[in-house]
Ligand binder design. Structure first.
Ligand SMILES: Cc1cc2nc3c(=O)[nH]c(=O)nc-3n(C[C@H](O)[C@H](O)[C@H](O)COP(=O)(O)OP(=O)(O)OC[C@H]3O[C@@H](n4cnc5c(N)ncnc54)[C@H](O)[C@@H]3O)c2cc1C
Length: 430
């Protein structure tokens, strides 16, 4: 029986990733033109772009490159946003909306191009992303999504029940949205490789450097780290996403930092894989309380989904994922589950990412809504352009940092919301 009994509380990617580049701890005083706080996809992509443009850039992370969501995620490279092109045009107006959907639709290509250009070693593959449909309501939305993207020339299609079962390896979905602009990679290798090439291009990257205060001074910014480091820079880019702390007032209170949890099985013998994602496809579904899965390069099944909001997780918090494996793939009954881990995903109430300019010379990109491999990598390029030219018209308009009302009650609110969403999913009302 696939059970959590033997699963270690450990991130499977750490065991299969390329070696981390040598990154020193930050000590003493430093100066740079641009300081980047946070060494995930966003911060390191921005650093790479800046270093390649000859800009003097320092990146600091409280822990190390890839410690945040970038080193823990499902590795599904998904183009687009939760909102489809037509919705984006309705929300932002025709011109801006078109710019946003073109950018989002091309964001996976940005990742694949970057990997190819720099020869990043991260088990990358291009393969369709399958979005399994769990209800009639979601099926109507998916048909609309296909029509909306197709009209704009995107390689997407609607799969019927049989086609979806043949790819997903289970018959639980009534159909699927399939997008061939997508792919998969080893997420921790990708972020470590981004750090490696950013350093090679001239970026200075430091670990163990939690920025505790940022002060605006006459000639820019002065950052102090908890360990006593001191950095002066003209511009600051905030790339802390779901791990935002109190550094930028109200930023952490403007997002809901949900727990996303994953389990990994031992490598599945090929005879037992059946038709489980036979061409390297990745899958997430249309449920509000999402499920997602894929195989890694060694044939492990990685199953993910939402977790409780609290920090103190217990082994039973992963139980629902083991149940999904048992129910959807009975042929895997004897394959042990070996790992369980998780991380935080930054979500906004309206499922739209944000770009903030809380002060002149400070830019923040936040809220990837669980699609940050492509989106945050591409946004790194936008932040770099803003650091070079603060008047650059970036893809998203600036918005104020708006705390969510009653945010201190978020744990209760999230638990209640997830309970309601789960019920809607089960009744086919979502
Ligand atoms: C379990 C899970 C599964 C996911 N699956 C997918 C997926 O399959 N596909 C996909 O596209 N997206 C997925 N996501 C989302 C994706 O991982 C994130 O959107 C993306 O990694 C965010 O990158 P980032 O660089 O913005 O932030 P992060 O990678 O989270 O980096 C933020 C960094 O900021 C640092 N930091 C915070 N505060 C400070 C400070 N004061 N001083 C210094 N450093 C600081 C942290 O240490 C951290 O390393 C998933 C996320 C999780 C958690």
């Amino acid at each position: 029986m696939a059970s959590l009994r033997d699963a270690r509380h450990a991130n499977v990617w750490v065991e299969t990733a390329v070696a981390a580049p040598a990154v020193p701890a930050l000590e003493g005083a430093h100066r740079a033109h641009v300081l980047i706080v946070g060494a995930g996809y966003l911060g390191l992509s921005a650093a790479l772009h800046l270093a390649e443009a000859g800009v003097d850039v320092v990146v600091v992370d409280s822990h190390e490159p890839g410690w945040g969501a970038s080193g823990r995620n499902g590795g599904q490279v998904i183009p687009g946003l939760k909102h489809d092109p037509g919705e984006l045009e309705a929300m932002f107006g025709r011109e801006r909306g078109e710019r946003i959907w073109r950018f989002a639709g091309g964001a996976a290509d940005v990742v694949f191009d970057l990997i190819a250009r720099h020869g990043l070693l991260c088990d990358v593959r291009r393969a369709p992303w399958i979005q399994g449909i769990h209800s009639e309501k979601a099926a109507a939305r998916a048909r609309q999504r296909v029509a909306d993207w197709k009209r704009r020339g995107a390689p997407v299609e609607y799969l019927d029940r049989a086609q979806t079962a043949a790819i997903s390896g289970t018959d639980i979905y009534m159909g699927a949205f399939a997008d061939t602009r997508a792919g998969a990679l080893q997420p921790l290798s990708y972020v470590r490789e981004l750090a490696r090439v950013a350093i090679a291009a001239g970026a200075r990257v430091y670990r163990g450097a939690r920025v505790s205060t940022l002060r605006c001074e006459e000639n820019g910014w002065r950052a102090a780290t908890a360990a006593g480091g001191d950095i002066r820079a003209r511009m600051v880019l905030i790339a802390t996403n779901a791990y935002a702390d109190r550094l930028v007032p109200d930023l952490a209170r403007s997002i809901v930092a949900l727990n996303s949890l994953q389990i990994a099985t031992a490598p599945i013998p090929s005879a037992q894989r059946g038709s489980l994602l036979p061409n390297g496809e990745t899958l997430s579904d249309t449920r509000r309380v999402i499920r997602y899965w894929r195989l890694d390069d060694d044939g492990r099944l990685l199953m993910g989904g939402r977790g409780p909001y609290r920090d103190a997780l217990a082994a039973r918090d992963w139980n629902h994922l083991a149940v999904h494996v048992r129910r959807h793939f009975p042929q895997l009954a004897d394959v042990p589950i070996t790992h369980r881990w998780g991380g935080r995903v930054a979500v906004h109430v309206d499922y739209m990412p944000r770009l903030h300019r809380p002060h002149p010379g400070m830019f923040v990109a936040v809220g990837c809504q669980g699609r940050g491999i492509a989106w945050q990598t591409a946004m790194g390029g936008e932040l770099a352009k803003l650091a070079i030219d603060p008047h650059y018209d970036a893809v998203l308009p600036f918005s104020p940092v708006r705390p969510i009302p009653f945010h201190p009650l978020k744990a209760l609110g999230v638990a209640a919301t997830i309970a309601v969403w789960r019920a809607l999913d089960q009744c086919g009302l979502s």
